[in-house]
Design a binder for this molecule. Structure first.
Ligand code: PLP
Length: 373
């Protein structure tokens, strides 16, 4: 095929862009390595699968696959507005919360403007910023010997906010560290930001945070018009395949986000499953209980292996090793175990391991013991 220099045609933000590296799918590992019976603990998926209510609800949608979904997601927005005690006009639906993070960048960033986030914050924040040709101001994280190693340092974040800042991204709990911020301190931080700065609190893992210490930022929306809270159905709700997430914000912000939102960004299976999953508190309870047990199991096992462990309020754990993590990872892949190396975050000696079932956790510990010796 003939080619030409397309790079020069691309807008500057895109030229330098390095796409998000997702966890390796099981099928790819098995194809490439010729292993079977593999397990994947790399993408923070729910090992219990999806809520049975969500699965049932989807079946009813199958007869209508020829029809476009409800572009406004009326029923799901209504259910979410009831859950959070806000008007439906405060909700923006996304194809995963990744989608709404990109809308935020599209609406508020352009060359010359800045976003602020922490050194080890979720990888989508720099990608969305760069895509718009804007500047990422990366605040130093808490040091490795802090009780929340590599976590968000609110003071450092604040110090990076300037006249050109439009977005501050804070994940609570954070991915890939699992660390968290206390709700009252985070709330003070939001209150300290100037009105030209939109503060995005990404609560993708909030259902797993067993401690009430984190708070629920959606309850602060009333007080802070420049606050946006994002949530997802991909993690505790177990619906990652269907791609449903949302932002809660002031209706004025939601109106702007909805201007850039593609009309049919959330499909009808996703809309229906998410609504059903919202009504299944028992499933979330079960998922959180299993996660708490698994976190303990992995913490103990990793400790015994001599790994350093970062505290986690999420469904994964960040573990540090003496050896290069890429090396360990390569050996784990040969054992049919997929975890997530985090060298792309500048953590060359850490692996991020999703909490699995009791058996999966035992398997990853077992494999780690073999490859470390
Ligand atoms: C997984 C994750 C998301 C979003 O995932 P979606 O599947 O796009 O909803 C958002 N933020 C953080 C911190 C995550 O880890």
């Amino acid at each position: 095929m003939k080619t030409m220099n397309f790079e020069n045609l691309a807008v500057p933000g895109v030229r330098e862009l390095r796409p998000y590296t997702p966890g390796k799918p099981i099928s790819e590992l098995e194809r490439e390595y010729g292993v079977t019976n593999s397990i994947k603990l790399a993408s923070n998926e729910n090992p219990l699968g999806a809520s049975p209510r969500a699965i049932d609800a989807i079946r009813g949608e199958l007869d209508d696959l020829a029809l476009y979904p409800d572009a406004n997601g009326f029923e799901l927005k209504k259910a979410l507005s009831e859950k959070h005690g806000v008007e439906p006009g405060c909700v923006t639906l996304g194809n995963g919360s990744n989608d709404v993070l990109v809308f935020l960048a599209q609406v508020f960033l352009q060359p010359g403007l800045e976003s602020v986030f922490s050194r080890y914050a979720f990888a989508v924040y720099p990608i969305a910023t760069q895509m718009m040709g804007a500047i990422a101001r990366i605040a130093p994280a808490l040091p490795a010997d802090h009780p929340m190693p590599f976590g968000h340092d609110l003071r450092a974040l604040y110090e990076n906010v300037g006249p050109n800042t439009r977005l501050v991204f804070v994940a609570n709990p954070n991915n890939p560290t699992g660390t968290w911020l206390k709700g009252d301190r985070l709330k003070d931080f939001v209150g300290s930001l100037p009105p030209h700065v939109i503060c995005v609190i990404d609560e993708a893992y909030t259902e797993y945070a067993q401690s009430t210490e984190l708070g629920d930022a959606s309850t602060w929306l009333e007080e802070f018009p420049n606050l946006v809270v994002t949530r997802t159905f991909s993690k505790a709700y177990g619906l990652a395949a269907l791609r449903v997430g949302y932002a809660l914000s002031n209706p004025g912000v939601a109106d702007l986000l909805n201007r850039v939102r593609p009309a049919f960004n959330v499909n009808s299976l996703g809309l229906t499953a998410a609504r059903a999953a919202l009504g299944d508190a028992e499933f979330i309870d079960r998922s959180c209980r299993m996660n708490a047990e698994g976190l303990e199991q992995l913490r103990e096992g990793l400790n015994e292996l001599g790994a350093s462990i970062v505290p986690s309020a999420a469904n994964f754990i960040l573990a540090g090793f003496e050896q290069e993590a890429n090396d360990l990872n390569e050996k784990l892949l040969r054992e049919g175990v997929i975890v997530r190396p985090v060298g792309n975050y500048g953590l060359e000696h850490h692996l991020r391991i999703t909490i699995g079932t009791r058996q999966q956790n035992a398997r990853v510990l077992d494999a780690l013991q073999r490859v470390m010796s």
